[in-house]
Design a binder for this molecule. Structure first.
Ligand code: FAD
Ligand code: FES
Length: 316
């Protein structure tokens, strides 16, 4: 069993290695952590996250701000913003441990607009590692990964982590979006078997794409695409887990799909977060209890990964 709760966290300085535009509104930020940060972040688990302080970062040139964000991007950025990891690279030499983290981000508002202005060698303050990541039991033989929209980064991290630390586990991924244009961070490869995603090809994880409009891959919801795949297979529920991250309706549909196949399912939830460390109570997730009552857990501290069976979904 991996260690899912890392209680130690701190504020560290990270140095920007690169900040590249992948496509319209989507960027990849690579950060090098300082020595103290490297020590703590070396044991990060997929699903955990950090908070970036962007309050001191200036806006980019007006020409680099999307038109629809020209007004809202002027708002001051008082609070740190949460971001998952799409990759964490740990190296060790005689000088100690060194950690690089990769963040895939979408430009949505004042903080993420400012992130686009970060350039190589800039320093940025990070708080982390935060939250509880995905739990991967020893002996897991099949992992079914389902991602939608901004849920892609931690799922990609999980895929690479499973390939590295659980090489006997068969990993398969399903990624959904409204259309091929909205497949946020992915590069489509059109091969004889159909579209696959470059990020998953690189780590030898098969990928299935679903788009609402059918512009790439399966036409329909990603959960229906995964259901079609499951229908054709005999899956052993005792050694298979469904892992998912994405918009809440997609997570609710994934939870139902897993329940139908009696598969355990872990979902990484998103909430608006202020403090990220369990102080402000702004990020509650309603959780079932053994009785008819429910209780509220904190997404930042008790999650963001929850057992899908325990979550009270909006439509419940
Ligand atoms: C645990 C966690 C991990 C995340 N990982 C990533 C990641 O890897 N890549 C990435 O691009 N983004 C990620 N996000 C979302 C990211 O934190 C927000 O996009 C960011 O805070 C937006 O800040 P902003 O000032 O640019 O926009 P804001 O003005 O703060 O928000 C712009 C719009 O996005 C909505 N929004 C912002 N944050 C959230 C949220 N948490 N849940 C639902 N809606 C939200 C707002 O309602 C608003 O409509 C993550 C969020 C959480 C909670
Ligand atoms: S973000 Fe403050 S309690 Fe979760």
């Amino acid at each position: 069993m991996n260690k899912t709760e890392i209680s130690k966290k701190g504020i560290f300085e990270a140095c920007v290695l690169s900040n590249q535009k992948i496509r319209q509104c989507y960027y990849r930020l690579d950060l090098q952590l300082d020595a103290k940060g490297s020590d703590l972040f070396s044991s990060v688990i997929p699903g955990q996250f950090l908070e970036l302080d962007l309050s001191g970062v200036s806006l980019p040139d007006a020409s680099d701000i999307p038109d629809h964000l020209k007004d809202s991007s002027q708002r001051p950025v008082l609070l740190r913003r949460p971001f998952s990891f799409s990759d964490v690279i740990v190296t060790q030499d005689s000088k100690g441990i060194s950690v690089k983290v990769q963040i895939l981000y979408c430009v949505l508002g004042p903080a993420s607009v400012r992130m686009t202005a970060l350039k190589s060698k800039d320093k940025v303050s990070i708080l982390g590692p935060l939250g509880n990541g995905f739990t991967i039991p020893d002996g897991l033989s099949h992992a079914i990964l389902i991602a939608g929209g901004m849920g892609f980064p931690p799922v990609l991290h999980l895929a690479a982590y499973l390939k590295k630390y659980h090489p006997k586990c068969d990993v398969i991924s399903f990624v959904g979006a409204k259309s091929s244009e909205d497949l946020s961070f992915t590069t489509l490869i059109d091969n004889p078997k159909g579209f696959v995603l470059e990020e998953f090809e690189r780590i030898q994880v098969p990928s299935h794409i679903a788009t609402d409009d059918g512009s790439a891959g399966y036409q329909g919801f990603v959960t229906d695409c995964a259901r079609g795949w499951l229908e054709k297979r005999k899956i052993n529920p005792t050694s298979t887990i469904v892992f998912a991250c994405g918009p809440e309706p997609m997570l609710a549909a994934t939870a139902l799909l897993a329940e139908n196949y009696e598969l355990p399912c872990q979902v990484s939830m998103e909430r608006m977060m202020a403090c990220g460390i369990g102080l402000c109570q702004s990020c509650v997730v309603e959780i079932k209890t053994a009785s008819a009552d429910t209780k509220y857990h904190l997404c930042c501290k008790d999650g963001p990964v929850f057992n899908a069976k325990n979550v009270v979904w909006q439509a419940d």
